[in-house]
Design a protein around this ligand. Structure first.
Ligand SMILES: CC(C)(COP(=O)(O)OP(=O)(O)OC[C@H]1O[C@@H](n2cnc3c(N)ncnc32)[C@H](O)[C@@H]1OP(=O)(O)O)[C@@H](O)C(=O)NCCC(=O)NCCS
Length: 177
């Protein structure tokens, strides 16, 4: 039996950030199979099949909740519209990543989700700073991070982009609680 652990729910004016469920697989696959969603993320493969979503959701069972947190972004009328994760680094640091289905871009939804998730991470999860890496060619993500209060660290690196099979220039950003 899996140990009981409380699953955080974060409410924003338009979204609910909740724990992912196995039943999210088809919806995640439908939105992530769009190359425009995958191409500026490091880790989404392309093509993206239902089995990729199922494997991703299954991998959530083994996560250390002190180290990683995953949230489905649920819209009251549209259902699951995107995803946001904290991962990679031990407390008090963590790294953030996210994607939004293409029909929902440009309405401020990810900025709203990121701001609320940062507040949760600082208040309830003991994080004092959060890192992000985004491709130079991703001005939309840059805008989200800057609107949410991230600063540039001056770090630059090549990030391997799975969907494109190549490493591309990216820059580091940081949010201080
Ligand atoms: C990045 C992403 C999450 C943004 O989500 P979103 O809900 O559309 O973002 P928001 O509406 O909150 O903010 C987007 C901002 O980027 C701006 N923007 C969008 N495209 C832009 C472009 N080509 N150049 C400059 N700014 C751009 C928008 O104008 C908006 O800023 P504004 O509110 O000041 O006008 C979404 O585009 C996405 O999922 N992309 C694919 C996956 C991805 O890149 N994930 C991040 C990996 S680091």
């Amino acid at each position: 039996m899996r140990p009981f652990r409380p699953e955080p729910i974060i409410e924003t004016p338009r979204l609910r950030l909740r724990a992912p469920r196995r039943s999210d697989a088809a919806r995640i696959a439908a939105l992530c199979s769009d190359f425009e969603v995958a191409r500026t993320t490091a880790r989404l493969p392309h093509p993206y099949a239902l089995a990729d979503a199922e494997a991703f959701l299954a991998s959530g069972d083994g996560l250390d909740p002190a180290r990683e947190a995953r949230f489905a972004l649920e819209h009251p009328a549209e259902g699951l519209v995107g995803f946001l994760s904290f991962f990679g680094e031990p407390a008090p640091a963590t790294e953030i990543g996210y994607w939004l289905g293409r029909p929902y871009w440009g309405a401020g939804l990810m900025t709203e989700a990121v701001k609320a998730a940062l507040a949760w991470a600082a208040r309830d999860w003991g994080r004092t700073y959060v890192r992000a890496w985004r491709l130079d060619e991703n001005p939309a993500s840059d805008a989200v991070l800057v609107k949410a209060g991230f600063l540039y660290t001056g770090e630059r690196r090549q990030t391997f982009v799975l969907s494109r099979g190549e490493a591309l220039p990216s820059r580091g950003q940081i949010w201080l609680a």
